[in-house]
Write a protein that binds this ligand. Sequence first.
Ligand code: GLN
Length: 446
Amino acid sequence: TADTLDQIQTKDKQTKAFITVAADEAKKQAAAADTQGITADRQLAGIPIAIKDNIITDGILTTAASKILTGFIPVYDATVTSRLKEAGAVLVGKTNMDEFAMGSSTENSYYGPTHNAWDLDRVPGGSSGGSAAAVAAGEVVAALGSDTGGSIRQPAAFNGIFGIKPTYGRVSRWGLIAFGSSLDQIGVLSRRVKDSAIVLQQIAGQDENDDTSLPALVPDYLAAMDGNIKGLRIAIPEEYLGEGVAQGVRDAIEKAVDTLKKLGATVDTVSLPHTKYAVPTYYLIASSEASSNLQRFDGIRYGFRAKDVKNLEDVYVRTRSEGFGDEVKRRIMLGTFSLSAGFYDAYFNKAAKVRHLIQDDFTKVFADYDLIVGPTTPTPAFKIGEKVNDPVTMYMNDILTIPANLAGIPAASVPAGLVDGMPVGLQLMAKPMAEATIFKVADAFE
Ligand code: GLN
């Protein structure tokens, strides 16, 4: 923990990965871990971990990178936070992100952008860009992120580290500040695959506070990582190597596929024909759910309240006008429109139907294959400022990560080499609850 705090002190000046560093609290937890030691139920004793700032932490400022949560100090822990503490982990701080997890570059933060650990002029990806940059820069060994449409996998790819979004329902969302409730999942980022497996082992599993968390037992992930992927049936969707994907990225993925074949897997090309509808479908569903979830930020209950207000309506209008950033307002307006009477069938309901077609594409492929692979992103990390004024181009960057969220399946990104000096990721997608397959393959590949 002392070393981690030192690393943060020097390196975070450049990456700006943290919103809050909880140094005093971390030192206390580390001292307690020294006394208690490692036992079977304290697998993370003394291990410093960072947490994305949309996951609530008792007594520690939690902002979701929004002005509207200025000064919000939760009075209880998210389920993942308390599970980490019970396992002995040391919570070193809260990482920067796009406001309310809306974005792909960590530029939409009230606290300013985070910088890519490999090239400070580039974005770290998003929305869990702070978690990814902190891990890649060596500030912390592992960090929690959240992934609604790619927010763990895309920054993991952009920073040359591993990141996993579990099956929807594998990890409790209780205490995660909700964005798109039918899509959100908490997951882990780390340099080594094994470290993510160890952390996920501790946070996964049913939780009575989250009705969407699933009762399935959590298998022993480390035991599954035996290095043997002989005979594994892998599919690569032709839509994931299409025109929008940079040639360098395609080359890196082809090399990765060769490696998987050498390790004994069989690889066939398949089709996920509805991939092209994933981005519009996702932005309607995620924004609709967000418009509903964000109603609670009214200036009464949490954080920031506008000054010199005339009446109650003025509290709401001024607080929200001043407290939310542009991207969040854009999503609230889009989502409210798509849910409104007269437009609901044409937009939200239509998107919900297309979502089923996308899910069916995956179900069909998984009847014959254990794993689907492809690039995590169409390009390596772009420059800070390059896309931030062009939302549609920014949205298109998520085309390869969004389908897994719409389908609810587990997906991860593992480093697959460099393109023009910047890292790219190989994405691994598995059947519902088959995180162990992802860990096994990623570990063998790493
Ligand atoms: N970039 C996507 C968005 O802006 C995904 C974000 C996420 O996964 N939280 O909505």
